[in-house]
Design a protein around this ligand. Structure first.
Ligand code: TMP
Length: 276
């Protein structure tokens, strides 16, 4: 399987030369975060925070609170989500959540999630960070690692290669992993769903899968403690936010004030899926 993956990955890399999306953005992504001359990454003026967790972990409520908190601290905020967040990525979201891609397996889904991600980064996330804003994103590449990678049993090399191509240097400054008991998460997800609405492709799954996701997220946090903070999501919304606030202050406190030379006020508006 790995051979096929590497071939696919090689093909994608070779083919980029002539496409409209193959400018500096894609080449920078292929470098996987390293510049050809080994120079250090340029300092970013904005902040990039992602929230992750299984179904029903309460990300939306906490994102709303976090956005308010950062705005009060004087930082312009862009709230966005994956899959989606830009017009191109929202089109792919529809394909993914309807279950239309499920039939073709987790490899296809992983490629589509990353295609959407590349567009989202190019058109919304990177410009907002460059303009000094705090970008809060509901899910990012850890979701692909967990849902397609671990749960879909994909080869880790394949997942990381796709990720490097889609993301490049746009790595979150902080990832908040909302950790919740699997059954409780499923219960909350079912309770918040409109009774007339069918569960989406990922919501219809079992407690066992939800447990697998939980473990996979905790393993990511163990492997990348500098980027990730695990938040106990089993309390009131206030208590959970208090933990989030503490993690944000501890890890990003010195960067919360907008950069002095930020051009945030003159930045172009974010893509359609993003909410400022
Ligand atoms: P949500 O809007 O409820 O978070 O739904 C998005 C669903 O998509 C969620 O069940 C997780 C899934 N997902 C993946 O499987 N892989 C990914 O890379 C992303 C971003 C989301």
């Amino acid at each position: 399987m790995e051979g096929g993956i590497l071939r696919q990955s090689g093909k994608a890399v070779k083919g980029e030369g002539g496409s409209a999306r193959s400018g500096g953005g894609v080449r920078a992504r292929q470098a996987g975060g390293r510049r050809p001359n080994g120079a250090r990454k340029p300092a970013r003026s904005g902040l990039f925070i992602t929230l992750e967790g299984g179904e029903g972990a309460g990300k939306s409520t906490q994102i709303h609170r976090l956005a308010k908190y950062l705005k009060e601290r004087g930082r312009p905020v862009v709230v966005t989500r994956e899959p989606g967040g830009s017009p191109g990525a929202e089109a792919v979201r529809h394909v993914l959540l309807s279950g239309a891609a499920e039939l073709h397996g987790p490899e296809m889904e992983a490629i589509l999630f990353n295609a959407a991600r590349a567009d989202h980064i190019d058109t919304v996330i990177r410009p907002a960070i460059a303009a000094g804003k705090a970008v809060i994103c509901d899910r990012f590449y850890d979701s692909t690692r967990v849902y397609q990678g671990v749960e879909g049993k994909l080869d880790a090399v394949f997942v990381r290669r796709l990720e490097a191509i889609a993301v490049g240097e746009t790595i979150p400054d902080l990832t908040l992993i909302l950790d919740l008991d699997a059954k409780e998460g499923m219960r909350r997800a079912a309770a918040r769903r409109n009774p007339d609405e069918a569960p989406d492709r990922f919501e219809k799954e079992s407690v066992r899968q939800q447990e697998l996701r939980r473990k996979a997220y905790l393993e990511i946090a163990r492997n990348e403690p500098e980027r990730c903070a695990v938040i106990d999501a089993d309390g009131t919304a206030e208590a959970v936010f208090e933990e989030i606030r503490r993690a944000v202050d501890e890890r990003l406190g010195d960067r919360l004030k907008p950069a002095a030379r930020s051009r945030a006020g003159r930045a172009k508006p974010a893509g359609r899926g993003a909410r400022t």
